[in-house]
Design a protein around this ligand. Sequence first.
Ligand SMILES: [Zn+2]
Length: 398
Amino acid sequence: MRSGLEDGGAESKFLYVDIEVEAGAQMPCPVCAQLCPLYDHEVKRWRHLNFWQHPTYLSARVPRVQCPQHQVKQVSVPWARPESGFTLMFEAFVMALTREMPVSAVAELMAEHDTRLWRIVRHYVARAHERQDWSAVQAVAIDDTATRKGHRYATVVVEIDPQQKQPARLLFMTPERTAASVGQFVAALPAHGASPAQVQLAAIDMSAAYQKGVRAHLPKAQIVFDRFHVMQLAGKALDEVRKQLQHEGAEMKGALWALRGNESRLSQAQLELRHDLCARHKELGRAMALRENLQDTWEWPGAASAEIHLQAWCSWAVRSRLGPFKKLAQTLKSHWAGILAYYPHRITSAAIESINSIIQTARRRARGFRNFENLKAICYWMAGRLDLQIPSAFTHPG
Ligand SMILES: [Zn+2]
């Protein structure tokens, strides 16, 4: 073996390693491991970690063996996986970087084409995802998420720990948001050591599609309409009241943001605007009070007290002379059991919200590409708690 540093021009240096195999030697077939006679050599080159600022390549004459069963095969090398033009160390480094920054930025930093880096990401994520054990999954949240601004939607399935000891784990992502999307997740269970019967809880929104999907594909699962989606509907009802007032000619500049979300999220100016709007428009004041009071439903210690709260809320909403809130009361009444099924497990919405924010981050990072598979890979990588198993110093489990 000989090695050295070679000047490949102004910008590039090559580290080369030449491996010579003795004439007449035999080497194992990469498929069946049987010792086989050498057939020929092929010079191969792998991009390695940079040596200082220089892109560095490893180059070797790699023998090919002639296996009686598998024909001519290139023997495996310990520093790279077959078919890859990169060393394992380089790939591990790319994976560590792509978890923290956009792939396009990594490509620029490493002076490499982003399509080649995407191939690395997809490879490791797919393998790690395939190996993932779902045998202990008991509760899932199924939700839709925008994959492109305002247009395409995908379904995400997140594992939630009923004991709330483990952070949420993104299990599955598929294009579309239909009843069949739930079926696609369920079809993937056996390959991960899991079965539909073990899923006892499914937190979903109130769309007909997911209710139908869960009933058809997860027959043992109790449906929970989680707080996040109920409050989302209350937010929409409030916004309809605002739009109606605006339609009638009320001045509503800045109202959209000032009325959205909890007070703690608002700036001082927004908070003042909210109070001012609610004082000037009695309807808006009532709508705001209704929304805030609905939120208290989940503060009660058990289903019985929460149910009393919810009943009182619904009769208030019905008497409120606010169309959108009357309608919301009807919606809640027709999803009653599922809303109260929050107890006793107290399935939180925090899981769905946190995964959703990761997916939106991933979506921004994936800006400029139109490939769902790439988005999925980055989402699994950021939120799926994958163990990549790259033999290298750069990846830490967890
Ligand atoms: Zn063989």
